[in-house]
Design a protein around this ligand. Structure first.
Ligand code: TXA
Ligand code: MG
Length: 370
């Protein structure tokens, strides 16, 4: 890898003519096997031509990603399903109709044309139609199916701003398209349609309940449930997640992170957590450690001892939290804090996906308080 590669930064504006020129230039890069990072409604993707094995190899290299971890192929038209998948079950069309474009990725049996370099050696392929004008326009003008993992260095929090991509990948890829911040902020829900019962391999903003509104039954990969509920619960920690990417250590800030959780009546949970975090802050201060608290709008005033109070969002508006989460985990590194304490959230609906990311960032460390 030539570390001194010239990475072009292009900002998309209201000037449609200028934008068109940018899309054309990006399309040329993609068709030649180069790499273009682009915004989606979830996180930024690091795009390459999904049908070109060399392009996929370059994606792994630029991210420093283990090559057994498959990429998601982004499409702009439902017809592409038949181009990429050897079998398209009725459920796929039902889900596409309801949730595409949007933050849902489907796993299907792959066709020959999809190289194993893109699928991490698997016979299945992950496909998603993103709901973002820049992503859709890039796929359409380039006429390329775009393989794109999140545009971060492997292990770091996924990027929700062009500046995050720049931080991680400047000098390693050809172009970064800046299209502002994604609205959702955590990666797409992944559903495996090749298993007998549709299985969620990665929780996201499209919840199990939402999927069950159109499919009769959906299950969550038990290994994901184990991680999300915390290793301290009575679940089998020897389970292995089915999505290869879910097994890696992920999102973790450099400082020591811990989630503080009180289980039970939601109205007293937060109060108990705030109390415990205040005690932990005192201890950290006594030890001379710098601290940050991941708090909410409702509780941000309650941590006078913290060096930094980072506000995730509003408790009753999970999207305010998911859209800020990765930026805040990155801020912990920028601030260089040594101890990080986070409040916890419910494990239902959208908050399930938020807890999944938080628990991974904390390396499974949850302190249960009475
Ligand atoms: O929201 C998103 O999905 C973002 C944006 C850019 O679209 N992309 C993203 O990609 O998060 P990435 O590569 O960071 O995560 C892809 C996940 C990994 O956990 C990978 O193991 C899983 O999808 N995956 C991909 N193909 C798979 C397959 N054939 N079978 C099982 N899991 C698969
Ligand atoms: Mg990723």
């Amino acid at each position: 890898m030539d570390e001194r590669m010239n990475t072009k930064l292009e900002v998309l504006t209201k000037d449609e003519e200028a934008n068109q020129k940018i899309y054309e230039a990006a399309g040329i890069i993609l068709r030649r096997g180069g790499l273009v990072a682009f915004p989606t409604e979830t996180v930024y993707g690091l795009g390459g031509d999904a049908l070109n094995p060399w392009a996929s190899a370059r994606i792994y290299e630029a991210k420093g990603r283990p090559s057994d971890n498959p990429l998601i192929v982004h499409i702009a038209d439902v017809k592409a399903l038949e181009e990429l998948a050897s079998e398209v079950p009725q459920e796929a069309y039902t889900l596409a109709e309801k949730f595409w474009p949007g933050p849902l990725t489907m796993i299907l049996k792959k066709k020959e044309c999809v190289p194993k370099a893109t699928t991490g050696g698997l016979d299945t392929v992950a496909i998603r139609m993103p709901n973002h004008p820049v992503a859709l326009e890039l796929i359409r003008t380039s006429k390329v199916y775009i393989a794109a993992p999140s545009a971060n260095l492997s292990g770091r929090p996924s990027p929700t701003k062009a500046s995050h991509v720049k931080e991680d990948l400047f000098g390693r890829i050809d172009m970064i398209l800046d299209g502002g911040e994604g609205e959702i902020g955590i990666e797409s829900t992944i559903i495996d349609l090749t298993s007998p019962i549709p299985t969620i391999l990665r929780p996201g903003f499209i919840t199990k309940e939402a999927l069950e509104s159109v499919l009769s039954k959906v299950v969550v990969d038990p290994a994901i449930d184990t991680i999300t509920k915390g290793y301290t619960k009575n679940t089998d920690a020897s389970l292995h997640p089915k999505a290869p990417g879910m097994k890696y250590r992920h999102y973790a800030p450099k400082g020591d992170m811990m989630i503080v959780e009180h289980q039970g009546d939601a109205s007293i949970c937060t109060e108990k957590e705030v109390e415990k975090i205040a005690q932990l802050l005192q201890k950290a201060k006594d030890a001379g450690h710098s601290t940050a608290v991941l708090a909410t709008e409702e509780t941000k005033e309650k941590y006078p001892l913290a060096d930094h109070v980072l506000v995730l969002g509003k408790r009753n508006e999970p999207q305010t939290i998911s859209s800020k989460l990765f930026d805040i985990l990155r801020q912990c590194d920028t601030l260089g804090v040594e101890e990080i304490f986070s409040e916890s959230f419910e494990r239902s609906e959208e908050e399930y996906a938020i807890m999944n990311r938080l628990v991974k960032a904390a390396g499974g460390k949850i302190l249960l308080v009475e």
